[in-house]
Design a protein around this ligand. Structure first.
Ligand code: GLY
Length: 378
């Protein structure tokens, strides 16, 4: 058991996940969030656990990290559900990446070859074979890649479960509570300044997503290079005859937006997402919603009939190289766990386990070594 006092700035799945692990180990943890915990990127996400579908051959370290986190997901979910007695909607039906016309098929083939070069477990399907798995797919689907081990979790249920598990182990949540600055003395983080005064800590963890670069008190040289990347999203209600079970992603060579459709156990069908550099603007636009609806309708024509339940836009915390920023900084006792960009839900277990281990032992594991802030400082 540890008696460390830890302050976490940012109560998304990353902050809550680390907090849960540390509170379980006996640490006295307080999470500060500028609004309600878990209601930013963690709430806006689609919950895809898709290192294969989102794999880029030029990002091999990130792919490896994603695969390692996915390997730990089943245990993570088992522990979280046991701690909270609630389901987090973990589903293992896999992902189909589909193309709709010859240009798309070429792009799909290029992606498939890259995935095979990375020795990923993917299969090439004809349009008919794809429709055998998901009958609601359009007859226009020309080909598909089946990523059988790309799963999903219901990220909103996971937020609720993580908050419950964290608090059950004694973790403290300070929602709607702004940290005014990190307090650093002689190169050592000693706590944070809040509206209620100074709060001391043995370790301060910054997991404030796309707001991480705005955090006052951090020396300019080590401000994490993280910015918001907007994603517009929709939720539809699946109805009889228009039900899908796999995650479906489109490849669209001629259009600006590829879409994904993520079926939830409760019948919601999440459709996302645009990718826009618009600062902290979270307004929905006609163009954004139009592209999502067009993409969804082209892949699964039956969505035309479905009711729209919800629309929203979230802000992904994008780092300069798309990979998260994890681990120690040049300020002693100040640790970063931010910049998870498109993979925050996928990378939650590995981030939580490895950052908690770092706090408890002082040792940086081989797994997170390539993701330290110092890669940007060289
Ligand atoms: N990972 C899905 C997205 O960022 O839209």
């Amino acid at each position: 058991m540890t008696h460390k006092k830890v302050i976490i700035i940012g109560g998304g799945v990353i902050g809550l996940g680390i907090g849960w692990q540390l509170a379980k180990a006996g640490a006295a943890v307080t999470i500060y969030d500028q609004s309600e915990v878990g209601r930013a990127a963690s709430w806006a996400a689609a919950g895809m656990l898709a290192p294969l579908a989102e794999a880029h051959s030029e990002e091999p370290e990130l792919l490896k990290l994603g695969c390692q986190s996915l390997e730990r997901y089943s245990q993570w979910v088992t522990d979280l559900e046991a701690d909270t007695q609630m389901s987090v909607g973990y589903r293992v039906e896999g992902t189909l990446i589909v193309g709709l016309e010859p240009d798309d098929t070429h792009q799909l083939r290029h992606l498939y070859d890259a995935q095979r070069n990375l020795q990923l477990d993917v299969n090439w399907l004809t349009g008919r074979e794809a429709r055998d798995i998901e009958s609601a797919l359009s007859p226009r689907v020309t080909a598909a890649i089946h990523c059988a081990s790309d799963y999903q979790v219901d990220n909103r249920l996971m937020v609720t479960a993580l908050q419950r598990a964290y608090q059950q182990h004694g973790g403290v949540v300070r929602g709607n509570s702004v940290v005014e600055r990190v307090v650093i003395e002689d190169g050592i983080a000693i706590g944070v300044q809040t509206r209620d005064g100074f709060q001391n800590a043995d370790t301060v963890i910054l997991s404030a997503g796309c707001w991480s670069a705005e955090m006052a008190g951090i020396p300019e040289a080590i401000i994490p290079p993280v910015r918001p990347v907007k994603g517009q999203m929709l939720a539809l209600q699946m109805e009889e005859g228009i039900v899908i079970n796999s995650v479906i992603r489109t490849v669209r060579a001629r259009y600006p937006t590829s879409v994904y459709l993520v079926p939830r156990t409760d019948g919601r069908l999440i459709v996302g997402a645009t990718s826009e550099e618009m600062g902290f603007d979270t307004r929905l636009t006609v163009g954004g919603v139009f592209e999502l609806l067009r993409g969804a309708w082209e892949a699964v024509p039956g969505v035309y009939e479905l009711p729209i339940l919800e629309t929203w836009a979230g802000l992904r915390p994008g780092s300069r190289d798309n990979a998260p920023i994890l681990g120690k900084t040049t300020v002693e006792n100040l640790i970063y766990a931010t910049g998870h960009y498109r993979n925050g839900i996928l990378l939650t277990p590995i981030t939580a386990y490895e950052i908690a281990k770092l706090v408890l032992t002082g040792e940086t594991s081989e797994i997170i070594l390539p993701f330290q802030l110092d890669r940007f400082l060289k």
